[in-house]
Design a binder for this molecule. Structure first.
Ligand SMILES: C[S@@+](CC[C@H](N)C(=O)[O-])C[C@H]1O[C@@H](n2cnc3c(N)ncnc32)[C@H](O)[C@@H]1O
Length: 225
């Protein structure tokens, strides 16, 4: 029997085009259109949930190439610190966001920030990331430790776990919604925006609405990282 082990190598992509294909796994013929409308619709939810201003500094956990960071900075002038496990995503993010209001840090740097409790982000968001994370409880505790007390956390997540392994994506059965509610306080669930459907004109595909959730949490119980 083949041994199975965690490997996030799939997130190392050298070009913007390849990174986009990994970030939004939709049919190639709708990728550009979906990228635009999904980014706008997701940013709308983040703005409603986190209410950032020019004075805010947000944490983007699993920033990828900075898809949401770019949109949010353009729309509000807030500052954003992106964390990503992938060195190539972080490099592409700095190029793609192209703003001195954005910076990208590694997972190790993020762990150090959390341990030192030197950051106090005004809010955080994590968009289609936590389903891929090997140890989501630890990362959620780090998010809590780097955010100010009562800071909001917005999560858009896939129901099924998709942990990258040497044998493809695996479902280890962990429940991210339950974990997040243990570390933060659950505040609100959002409906799936129409622009996040693959084909808005045809309506939802079977199971499409149920495949993801959009939730707002509050940092009431600061985690020790
Ligand atoms: C599907 S992409 C989403 C990117 C971005 N949030 C977006 O919506 O455009 C998932 C991202 O999570 C990152 N990631 C996966 N595991 C991570 C971890 N443990 N810590 C930080 N980032 C992680 C990947 O490298 C990848 O960039």
């Amino acid at each position: 029997m083949k041994r199975i082990f965690y490997t996030p190598a799939i997130f190392e992509q050298s070009t913007l085009a390849d990174a986009k294909r990994i970030i939004l796994t939709v049919p190639p013929d709708i990728l550009d259109d979906f990228w635009q409308r999904a980014t706008r619709a997701t940013a709308d939810l983040i703005l409603e949930a986190l209410l950032p201003t020019e004075q805010s500094t947000l944490l983007d956990f699993g920033c990828g190439i900075g898809r949401l960071a770019k949109e949010l900075i353009q729309r509000t002038g807030c500052k954003i610190v992106g964390v990503d496990i992938s060195a190539s995503m972080r490099r592409l993010a700095v190029e793609y966001v192209a703003s001195d209001r954005f910076s990208a840090i590694s997972s190790d740097e993020f762990a150090r920030l959390a341990a030192n409790k030197t950051a106090a982000f005004s809010g955080a968001y994590s968009i289609v990331v936590l389903q891929h994370v090997l140890d989501p409880a630890t990362e959620l505790r780090r998010i809590a430790a780097t955010c100010a007390a009562a800071a909001p956390l917005f999560v858009y997540n896939c129901i099924n776990r998709c942990v990258p392994t040497n044998l493809g994506f695996a479902n280890d059965g962990q429940d991210i919604g339950r974990l997040a509610s243990e570390i933060f306080a659950f505040k609100q669930e959002f409906d799936v925006p129409r622009d996040l459907l693959l084909y808005p004109d045809r309506g939802p595909m079977p199971g499409e609405i149920e495949s993801h959730w959009f939730r707002l949490f509050v940092n009431e119980r600061r985690g020790s990282a």
